[in-house]
Structure formats: structure tokens, C-alpha cells
Write a protein of this length. Structure first.
Length: 938
DNA sequence: TGCATCACG
DNA sequence: GACGTACGTGATGCAT
């Protein structure tokens, strides 16, 4: 028996939510239609489920009409505090009606009645008739209507069906008692008063104890005296009124009967016209069947139109549009296998003064991999591939393809690669510098289109600044993907096994694309005031970082192995104890299983969180439970720490030791962090433990060669110093100038006394300021109430007035211009800062507050790195090698005998790295330590 | 592949 | 009408 299933769409509720959660979108009339688009896509999805299991057989959209309802007659404050809808949402209301009509769906609205009551009435009628009902809404009031097995709710934005279990999880009572709980809680949005001091937890507790609201009110005299009893006594009538306000009414007059809501598919014509008018192309193409149905990701931010940048750049900077480039043709490239052809392209490079270059290797690691081929481009479309390390491919039956000997290619390229008259262009040229350095080749001068792209557009390019993203953004070109050439997974082959024609098409394209990118991006540097940061900070850093990667750092394998076995024993011991506490073995590393053990089996209270609905078992939760005396939590915390150290550090690090050099060579990304910081991968040497004693032991495995020592030099409190300078805070500047303990000084200003507690709190607040504070966040960190946190922030701003001005000016600038700048002019873009979704926007604001500070710090240490080599050489210390950078720290390896001479040079270079471009009003403090290992140098 | 967790500045 | 609580990273193990 096919049963009827009625879908009731809460259109008014949906549009508010869609407005805040979906990206803004403009139709051809210039109207913002983001919410309408979301609504249209949702209706499409619902209508499309017609006849599917759980899909609708009947459907109606219900809208609010007018603002005065019988609830206002009951309580004049009802919904009184609600702010007027945002300006660009208002014109979308009528479009909702238009959209619904375009789908030929019934649209129900009654003057003087709220959508909720109409939905309730239809639900009751349908239930009486034995139908199933799905209410498409996320309004918690409507959850009162849920009936297990017959009525449920659908949240289309989270793609989540909600049954009575959802109500029980969220409100502690079933749908039939939800009204009583809501009445006690009140609702600040609808201005339902409720009872002060009673939130969801207390409300559900009371209702579960006393049955319903009247039961609770009747029980007041038997309650023991408390603030809560007092609140209840004083608000009996308010509670009764609230109960009436939240109650849903099933007796509204219905103009359309149930059967008239039948859904019979959607006539295409009015819909097509509507979609065309609004410019909803994706939906339109689905309607006309031009393209297979792509999955619409409603949350995706629209990507920059690949053809737009030139015009956009022109509009923004006045830079004239550049001439068109010829189309990219991957079949037009040549494979160079004889000397004459190589000579010819080198001659072209000399003639034009430009040579784009890209190297292909047999692995991703620039220090360990072998050279397979080099591609060269001398003009857009004019590119060639020089294979040098290809071996037999599958279809060549073991025949090695013809190619020039590596030594010949190296000899021929050597002069042009270092010729000052030929600019070499690479995309991530650090990689090529390292690969070619192992064959004695030096590249100079050079440009790097990846770094240029980063210096122009940091924060704008969602997928990073790699070749594929850069090509599609700036050239509207989709590159041949590496995986298309080499395959993927088990079938993946090394580039050395790729046939020459395929290799040429792929590799020469990269050189061609690099050349084209340079023609597009290089001119923008000057027009967008990014030349200084590129030429004075980032470009000169490239060979310096390349050198650090090649140098690597010596790691004591035995020390790591010894730690590993120590950790293994420790874990085994903890495991046993944990299993004993739990009563059975389980996978401790599985947060899911751990959650079951702690919260279901042992009954600890910790609640669920996160959209997956899983229990959270992170440190903050476990620490709290451990402090309450739950032994198992402390054991799990200890186990986690040791497991982390073992898997991420002692084990993985041993595997990363290069068998040839006996050292670990990390790879730094110059474009990975939006603020301008470096990042480190394979392995990440910027997160080696230091905060705990056990973890610190890992640093002891980073050692110097015999006769040498490790020297670590740190900027002390550099970000706080920069904040003091940039926000112009006299009290902080004085403290730094006098060499005082700034956190203590802050504690004095805020609390009037300095002790361990106040200094610790002051330190937290100082950091909070750098990260863009919210009272909620600070409250959580300090374990105080939001009000107290608010008072503390107010006091901070009062004592350090420059700070609040800095925050306001920085966010204002970011909003107006779209980016922030460091003292050296490095830009970071914040496209989300005008996002209509509140939390996206606020996230961008916090990041914008932090970026100038973090970014200036990055600029300074980068300048120190650039100057360090020449300064040491000039001081007669060529054997001092810079190995690592960890954001505010530089790590060196040097002969023992050089230590005393090197210290003042390193100190001076770091302390004065900002000059002469920037003069800081605070000194930069440097702390230096030395020892046989990295651990000992701290 | 996504999520949770945790290592660093 | 609901959200989710500090900035910036990268690596790992589990579960799907």
C-alpha cells in the first residue's frame, strides 16, 4: 500500500537561515539573491525526491504573512526585540513566492496566522488521515509536532533528518513535553520570557521530575529555598504565558485541503523562465538536460572567474590590460635529443633575455630525487623538453629512449643559467635550484611566479599558489595533471618511465605556463605595491632556504630508537591499566570507542558535541574529568602523549633520515602560510616537542657533527613587541625598553599586583589580544564568566588604549580594502571579511587583526635569514651553517671554536633585521644558547 | 577522504 | 533563526 507523505516547507524560516549561511550572489538585476538561490536549490532537491523512499507525494510551502498575530494580542512583547531583516534580504521575500510559483507548488499564507500554526494544522490533519509528514525546517518550536514513525523534520542545510531522538538528545525530553521545556527556558529571539535563570538543562530536569509545567508550578512550595525557587515563584504567570506562546495551534482554517497538495512532477516552462531571469545557470542546465546533474555544493564560495583577473586588476590598479596570449597547444612542443636543438633554444634565451625552466625528477623530494628531464621555454608557446634520465617505458620493451647525456646538458646549460643577462623564471624555483645544485648548476638571476603570486594574492587563492591553481586563475588554463601522466595509486610510475612524447607534452607545458604566468604577474608587482616585499624579502630568501634544505640537520638514530622502545614499554604499561579501569580492552586511539567507554559505560558526564554527534574526548575534556578524580582519564592522557611522540616523532623521524647524508632534510614552503610565515613539511621540523619534559628529549636527538655545536637564537616575545610598536602602547613599549617582564607589567596594570596567578592570566590576555579576542573565548581560557572576561578586556583597553584603536583600524581597513599589510607592505587578503555569514566574517576579522603582527614578525626573521650568510662570511665565519627556522628561532651548526665570534654577529643581524626599511620603537631582544644538541641549546 | 587530536610558534 | 567561541601551521590514526 503506497502511503501518502506530506512535506511542509517552512519557507520563511528557511530564507533567514539561507541568507546567513549561503554566499552572497547577485542576479542580472543587481539584486542579492543568495537566499533565493538556496531556496530554489532546496525545492529542486525536494521535488526531485518525488516517489523515492521517504520522498514527498504531497508538498506545500508555508509562509508568514503580516506581522501581527494572536500571539501579539496575548503578549505585546512577542517578537518585539527582533531586529528588522537586513536590507538586502527584504527584496528577496517576494522572490520566494515567485520561486515557489515557478515550481508550480502550492504556497500557503494567511494574514494574521504564523506559518508555524498553519504547519501544525496541516500536520494534524495529515496525521489523522494516516499520512506521513516531514516538516522541512530547523525551527525548534516545530519539533513539538514530531511523532515517532509518522512525523519527522528535515534540515536541508545540514542534510539531517530529525526524529524524536533528536529532541530527546537536545532538550532532554520527548516532543510531547518540548513545549513545557521551551516555556521554562524562554526564547530570546522570539522574546518569549520564560523563567529567568532557567536554561535547557534545568528546564528538562524540572519537567522530567514533575511531568509538565503545571506540575512544576504546583511543586514550588515543596522545593528547598534557592534562587531557582525564588525565580519560579516570581514568574508563575510569565511561565504560563510562555507556555501559551510556544504552543502550536492545530485549528487554523485551511483554504486548501490535503489532496490539493499533490505533487505531480514539475512543469518545466514557468520554472525555466524563472531560472533564466535569475541567472541560476547550474539549475537551468539541469532542467534542460544539457549537462549531467552535478552535485551542487551550496556552501562553496564562488571562485574567481578565470577570465576576470585582467579586467579586475585593471579596475583596481589602473594597470592596462595585457595583450592576449596565444592559446596553449600541448602538441606544439619539441623534444630535444641532439646538441644542435639544445644550442638553438639556449640562443633564443640569450636573444630574449628570458628563460622559463622546470625540472622533472623521479620523486618529490628535491634533495633525494634524481633528475629525469628539464623543460625550457623562451616565449609563450615556445617550449621544449630535454630528457636526461628516462629509462625504458612499458611499451618500449626495455629500450632506453634516445637522449642527450646528462653531462652534455649540464655543460651546455651552465653558462646560461648563471648569466646575469638572462632572467631564469621558475614556478617554485627553490625546487629546481636544489635539484640542479646537485649537478653543480647555479641559477641566477631568477624570478619565481609562485612567490610572486603569493606576494600579490596571499589569502585569495583557495587552493594555494601551485601551478595548477595559478594557471586556472590567471590564464584560464587547466594544466595536464601529473596523475594523468604517471597514473595514481598502485599503478603509479616514476616520471622516468613515462614515454618521451607524453613527458614532453606535460613537462614543456609547465615551462610554457610558467613563462605565461610571469608575463601576467610580474607587471602587477609594481602596480600593486608588492615589489618591495618581493624583491627585499621573499625573492632573496629563496636560495637561502634552498641551502638550508640541502644542509639538513643531523639526527641521532640510536637516541630516537632508544626513546621509541622506552615509549613502547610505557604505552604497554598504560594500556594494561586503562583496560583494567575500563574492564575490557578497546582501541584507545579511537575517540569513538573511548567515548563509549567513558560516557556510556562509565557514565561520566561530558556530553556530545560536533556535527558528527560523537563525544568529544580532547585534552580539555579529559583534563577536566581527570581533575575530578577519574583515574582512567589521566591514564588516557598520558597514553596519548606517548603515542603521539612515538608515531609522529621517534618513529617517523628515523624513517626520514637521508641514507646518503645521514641527515634529515625538511622542505620549507614559502607560500604555504597566508601571513607570510614559512611552513615545514616532510618532516615538519617546526613542531618538534618542547613544552613537556618527555617531549623535549626528542630535541636531544638533533645533534651537531663531531667538533661542532648547535646554536639556537630566538626572538624574545617578538609579536608582543611588534604589537606594542604597531598599536603604539606606551606602557608596553616602556616595559620592553627597560627589559622588564611584560606579562608581569600587564598583570600590574590589570590587577594591581603581580603573583603567579595574575601573571599567568595577564599572559593569556596578552596572547588573546594578538589573536583577536572575544569575551567568550577569553572566558573559556581563564575559566571565568563572559561578563568578567568582558570587564577584563575593557580594563585592558583602558590601560593600553592604542590596542583598541589598532583593532578597529585594522578591521576597518581590511573591510574597506579587502586586505591587511605588514610594516614591509606584505598583503594578506581576507575575502571572507564581507561574508554575510556571521561566523565566517568574524573569523576573518580575527585573522585580520593577527596578520599584520604575525606577518611583520615573519618579514623580520626572513630579512635576518637573507643577511645572515653575507654577514657571517664578512666576519670570517664561512663554516657557520644556518639549518632551521621555527618562526621566531634560527638554528645553526658551527665549529666549536667559532661560537664566541658567531654569537655577536647572529645577534646583531637578527636584532637589526627590520632596518633600514622600518625603524621600530621597541628593541628586538635575542636569546642565544648553544650545546651539543638542539635540546641542549635551549 | 574527513575528522579528531595534538605537536609547534 | 542559529551559530560557536583565539591566530597561523602539518602529521597521524581511525572510520568510512
Amino acid at each position: 500500500m503506497a502511503s501518502n507523505h506530506l512535506y511542509l516547507v517552512d519557507g520563511s524560516g528557511y530564507i533567514f537561515r539561507a541568507y546567513h549561511q549561503l554566499p552572497p550572489l547577485t542576479n542580472r538585476h543587481g539584486l542579492n539573491v543568495g537566499a533565493v538561490y538556496g531556496y530554489t536549490a532546496m525545492l529542486w532537491k525536494l521535488a526531485d525526491a518525488l516517489h523515492k523512499a521517504d520522498g514527498p507525494s504531497h508538498l506545500a510551502v508555508v509562509l508568514d504573512k503580516g506581522s501581527h498575530t494572536f500571539r501579539n494580542d496575548m503578549y505585546d512583547q512577542y517578537k518585539a526585540h527582533r531586529p528588522p531583516p537586513p536590507e538586502d534580504l527584504v527584496p528577496q521575500f517576494p522572490l520566494i513566492r515567485t520561486a515557489t510559483k515557478a515550481f508550480s507548488l502550492p504556497c500557503i499564507e494567511e494574514e494574521g496566522f504564523e506559518a508555524d500554526d498553519i504547519i501544525a494544522t496541516y500536520t494534524c490533519r495529515a496525521v489523522e488521515a494516516g499520512w506521513n509528514v516531514t516538516i522541512v525546517s530547523s525551527d525548534k518550536d516545530l519539533a513539538q509536532l514530531i511523532i515517532p514513525g509518522q512525523v519527522d523534520m528535515l534540515d536541508t542545510m545540514k542534510n539531517e533528518r530529525r526524529s524524536s531522538q533528536y529532541v530527546i538528545d537536545k532538550f532532554g525530553v520527548g516532543p510531547e513535553r518540548l513545549g513545557d521545556v521551551l516555556a521554562l527556558m524562554g526564547d530570546s529571539v522570539d522574546n518569549v520570557p520564560g523563567v529567568p535563570g532557567i536554561g535547557p538543562k534545568t528546564a528538562s530536569k524540572l519537567i522530567n521530575e514533575h511531568g509538565d509545567l503545571e506540575g512544576v508550578l504546583a511543586a514550588i512550595p515543596s522545593m528547598k529555598p534557592s534562587k531557582m525557587r525564588e525565580n519560579l515563584e516570581n514568574n508563575v504567570e510569565m511561565a504560563r504565558l510562555s507556555r501559551k506562546l510556544v504552543a502550536l495551534h492545530c485549528d487554523m482554517p485551511l483554504r486548501q485541503d490535503l489532496d490539493s497538495l499533490k505533487l505531480d512532477g514539475i512543469p518545466p516552462e514557468p520554472l525555466r523562465e524563472f531560472l533564466e531571469d535569475q541567472g541560476f545557470k547550474t539549475l537551468l542546465s539541469r532542467l534542460t538536460g544539457e549537462r549531467p546533474m552535478p552535485r551542487v555544493d551550496l556552501h562553496a564560495t564562488p571562485v574567481t572567474d578565470a577570465t576576470a583577473p585582467a579586467a579586475e586588476v585593471e579596475a583596481r590598479t589602473g594597470m592596462p590590460a595585457l595583450p592576449e596570449l596565444p592559446p596553449i597547444d600541448c602538441t606544439a612542443y619539441t623534444t630535444i635529443t641532439d646538441e644542435a636543438a639544445l644550442d638553438a633554444i639556449i640562443a633564443e634565451a640569450y636573444a630574449g633575455g628570458l628563460l622559463a625552466i622546470d625540472t622533472e625528477t623521479d620523486a618529490l623530494d628535491s634533495v633525494a630525487s634524481g633528475l629525469v628531464g628539464i623543460s625550457l621555454a623562451t616565449a609563450p608557446g615556445r617550449a621544449a623538453y630535454v630528457p636526461v634520465g628516462h629509462v625504458s617505458s612499458d611499451d618500449m620493451f626495455g629500450e632506453k629512449p634516445p637522449q642527450l647525456p646528462l653531462s652534455v646538458v649540464v655543460d651546455k646549460l651552465l653558462p646560461v643559467l648563471s648569466d646575469p643577462a638572462v632572467l631564469k623564471i621558475g614556478h617554485n624555483i627553490k625546487y629546481d635550484i636544489n635539484v640542479l645544485a646537485r649537478h653543480g648548476l647555479v641559477i641566477a638571476p631568477y624570478d619565481d611566479t609562485m612567490v610572486i603570486s603569493f606576494d600579490l594574492d596571499s589569502g585569495k587563492m583557495l587552493g594555494g599558489h601551485g601551478m595548477d591553481v595559478a594557471a586556472s586563475t590567471h590564464l584560464a588554463h587547466t594544466c595536464t595533471s601529473f596523475k594523468d601522466v604517471t597514473g595514481t595509486g598502485k599503478k603509479q610510475i616514476s616520471f622516468a618511465h613515462v614515454t618521451l612524447d607524453r613527458a614532453t607534452a606535460y613537462a614543456a607545458e609547465d615551462a610554457d605556463v610558467t613563462f605565461r604566468l610571469w608575463t601576467r604577474l610580474k607587471p602587477r608587482l609594481a602596480h600593486e605595491a608588492a615589489t618591495r616585499v618581493y624583491e627585499r624579502v621573499d625573492r632573496p630568501l629563496i636560495p637561502v632556504v634552498a641551502g638550508m634544505e640541502r644542509a639538513g640537520i643531523k639526527v641521532d638514530r640510536h637516541k630516537l630508537a632508544q626513546l621509541s622502545s622506552q615509549f613502547t614499554q610505557e604505552m604497554a604499561r598504560l594500556e594494561e591499566e586503562i583496560y583494567a579501569e575500563a574492564g575490557h580492552p578497546f582501541t584507545i586511539g579511537s575517540p569513538q570507542q573511548l567515548g563509549v567507554v567513558l560516557f556510556d559505560e562509565k557514565g561520566l558526564k561530558g556530553g556530545k558535541k560536533g556535527k558528527s554527534g560523537a563525544y568529544s574526548t580532547d585534552v580539555t575534556v579529559l583534563e577536566k574529568l581527570a581533575a575530578e578524580g577519574n583515574a582512567i582519564c589521566r591514564l588516557v592522557l598520558d597514553w596519548r602523549q606517548v603515542a603521539k611522540l612515538k608515531s609522529t616523532y621517534t618513529e617517523a623521524l628515523q624513517a626520514q633520515i637521508n641514507p646518503v647524508t645521514g641527515r634529515v632534510h625538511t622542505s620549507y614552503s614559502l607560500t604555504g602560510a597566508q601571513t607570510g610565515r614559512l611552513s615545514s613539511t616532510d618532516p615538519n621540523l617546526q613542531n618538534i616537542p618542547i613544552r613537556t619534559e618527555t617531549g623535549r628529549q626528542i630535541r636531544d636527538a638533533f645533534v651537531a657533527e663531531p667538533g661542532h655545536v648547535i646554536l639556537a637564537a630566538d626572538y624574545s616575545q617578538i609579536e608582543l613587541r611588534l604589537a606594542a610598536h604597531m598599536a603604539d602602547v606606551p606602557a608596553l613599549k616602556e616595559a620592553f625598553a627597560a627589559g622588564e617582564d611584560v606579562h608581569a607589567r600587564t598583570a600590574m596594570e590589570l590587577f594591581g599586583e603581580v603573583n603567579r596567578d595574575t601573571r599567568g592570566r595577564a599572559k593569556t590576555i596578552n596572547f588573546a589580544i594578538l589573536y583577536g579576542i572575544s569575551r567568550w573565548g577569553l572566558a573559556g581560557r581563564l575559566e571565568i564568566s563572559a561578563d568578567e572576561a568582558q570587564a577584563m578586556i575593557a580594563r585592558y583597553f583602558e590601560r593600553f588604549p592604542g590596542i583598541s584603536a589598532y583593532i578597529n583600524e585594522t578591521t576597518e581597513h581590511a573591510r574597506a580594502k579587502g586586505f591587511t599589510e605588514t610594516l614591509f607592505g606584505r598583503k594578506t587578503w581576507f575575502p571572507q571579511i564581507t561574508n554575510s555569514i556571521q561566523h565566517s566574517r568574524q573569523g576573518a576579522e580575527r585573522a585580520a587583526i593577527n596578520a599584520p603582527i604575525q606577518g611583520t614578525s615573519a618579514d623580520i626573521i626572513k630579512r635576518a635569514m637573507v643577511r645572515m650568510g653575507p654577514a657571517l662570511a664578512e666576519a670570517g665565519l664561512p663554516n657557520v651553517k644556518m639549518l632551521l627556522q621555527v618562526h621566531d628561532e634560527l638554528v645553526f651548526e658551527l665549529p666549536e671554536g667559532d661560537v664566541e665570534a658567531a654569537k655577536p654577529v647572529i645577534e646583531r643581524v637578527m636584532a637589526h633585521a627590520a632596518e633600514p626599511i622600518v625603524h621600530l620603537s621597541v628593541p628586538l631582544g635575542i636569546e642565544i644558547g648553544t650545546g651539543p644538541s638542539w635540546g641542549a641549546a635551549h
